[in-house]
Ligand binder design. Sequence first.
Ligand SMILES: Cc1cc2nc3c(=O)[nH]c(=O)nc-3n(C[C@H](O)[C@H](O)[C@H](O)COP(=O)(O)O)c2cc1C
Length: 217
Amino acid sequence: MELNQVIEERMSIRAFKKDPVPRELIKEVLQRAMHAPSAINLQPWEFTVVLGEEKERLSRLLLRSYGERRISCAPGATGPLPAKLGQRGGTSFEDLKSYLDELGLSFEEFINEGSCKFYDAPVAIIICMNKIFSHRRYLCIGAALGYLVLTAHSLGLGTCPIGLITAYEVEIRDFLHIPDDKEIVLGIALGYPDWSSPINKFKTTREPLEEVLRWFD
Ligand SMILES: Cc1cc2nc3c(=O)[nH]c(=O)nc-3n(C[C@H](O)[C@H](O)[C@H](O)COP(=O)(O)O)c2cc1C
């Protein structure tokens, strides 16, 4: 598949088929994600792949924690977003909310509970980073995430990055025996997209380039 096509087609997938993903294919996705650039080639990412019954148990644990603490997907800003900035993601999310309303689904429950169970994907990937690294190294994890989601799409797989699960870091650390010196940075749902599900028909848009571009010459 051509790179442009992969970039333009890729979207977050929130409904998956039950079919398991062969380990070799998961390894191929991760191997290619590791081609991402990183500062001083530090490669600060570490992956834990959770499958089968363990993935189901992890989902049940996170759903229970969500039920108790109700921590939701949030913009992750240091304060209320100014209207113009908030609008960027806000428009997409308002559109998604209306779309879910039409499907009779509550945005809050669908997105929050869905995130906690990795949208029923057969594979959950947890990305960790050693705490010794500066927070600037999140950028490297972000680069690897970009490679990962694009590779997955090119191989016929779907992904959804899941930041929400970091709110339940204590539970995940305990369940997956992740040592205290590692930070849990991101979760990713991975599996074969269920294209028959209406939820995978919603495509987000982007701001016009001019809104975020400044020439200085
Ligand atoms: C760091 C990060 C965290 C995210 N966390 C979540 C999440 O917790 N739950 C979710 O449903 N989507 C999550 N997403 C997916 C975004 O909502 C999605 O990428 C965005 O709306 C753009 O849509 P697209 O990926 O379909 O292009 C996350 C994406 C990123 C990059």
